[in-house]
Design a protein around this ligand. Sequence first.
Ligand code: ATP
Ligand code: MG
Length: 421
Amino acid sequence: MSPTRTAPLPSLGNAGWLKWPETCDVFSALGAQGHEVRAVGGAVRDTLLERPVKDVDVATTALPEVVMELAAAAGLKAIPTGIDHGTVTVVAGNRAFEVTTLRKDVENYGRHASVSYTDDWAADAGRRDFTINALYADADGQLFDPLGSYGDLVARHVRFIGDARMRVLEDYLRILRFFRFNAELEFGEFDAQGLEACVREQAGLQKLSGERVRSELLRLVSAEGAYRAIVKMFEYGLLVQLLGGVPYLARLERLIDIEAGLGVEPDAVLRLAGLSVAVPEDAGRLSDRLRLSKAERSHLEQASGHRVMSVAMDEAQVKRELYIQGRAGCRTAALIAWAASGEAVSDASWCGLVARIQDLPIPELPLQGSDIVKLGVPEGPGVGDILKHAEERWIQGGFEAGKKELLEITGQLVKAKFGKG
Ligand code: ATP
Ligand code: MG
């Protein structure tokens, strides 16, 4: 492999995460018997790119059982999360570190690589997906670059290690990771061989589990360069393959701009909704396909109700929706509706609607079941029915009625139904 260009290696010495007490504890625990320990992957890559680091993956020459023992001896919790392929999760304080023993993949059948451990850093680097992910740093922040790939990182070039097509055939998730890292790094051009391999083998995406697709896709859509990468996936047919439905590219683009205009952090599920949810069936299909959590599913469902939100709504109508859908649901629906409308990010009416959703109090029904019982309705389903009627009248009246007025209305209902009140 020829790196994009050679560049002198910097040190990571000042990286904040190297100084976290938890990182220090893990490095010193694993290094206690002279085993080599180095951070790898995202933490090293993102530090060099001056991007925030969330978690630290660790590579070590210690065998997995030894990692378990060394962690325990240092009073750290060790969980054998992927011990068959060499990974132990070591927990220090509130942080979890994925610690993987150096390995070279001997045979690869999909995800089930037959594993052989090694103390050769270059072999370990060689089994990783992209050159930008094969950089290591020790506890002092010294950078190690076994494949000479630092130049690719400087150039933000997402390049497969070895033959792109072979690497994709070994694990189809790498297709999604290719687009994800391109979205995060915002490189000018996609690597031609990598792109060709991903496009050619795109049918393999169908073989991936929903969980694996979920985590990569959510990262992809929330990346800074998400739109560009997603358009590229669309142009080559991968997006429809992945989502199983029609993508709304212009709506996603507008939604990303709206988020920026409002100064809020990217919301992965909202963006996914902007990209691919128009009706409740879309929300259901995507949630099933990507094994989304209950909360994520309901977020998508809220997005599918976007047509009810419009800038023409008066305050009472907004309150009504707040009461029915909740504040978060209204916000989601409004942002999608705004993105779909094509109106500018600075549009005063839409900004106003979002502000009303944020600020208006959510009405609370001033009646309870016990009030209905006091009117002489026997406890049971009849109480709920009457309450529901009263609630409907209260909503229709723009939430104006207070308890007294509502009791009067309810009294009439009770009289008509039970001859009491
Ligand atoms: P992030 O910052 O989002 O966690 P990451 O690069 O650390 O990005 P991880 O999924 O945490 O990604 O994986 C850690 C490292 O393990 C990667 O940098 C890469 O070297 C290797 N890796 C992860 N997934 C694969 C894969 N599917 N094929 C080959 N190598 C992989
Ligand atoms: Mg990581």
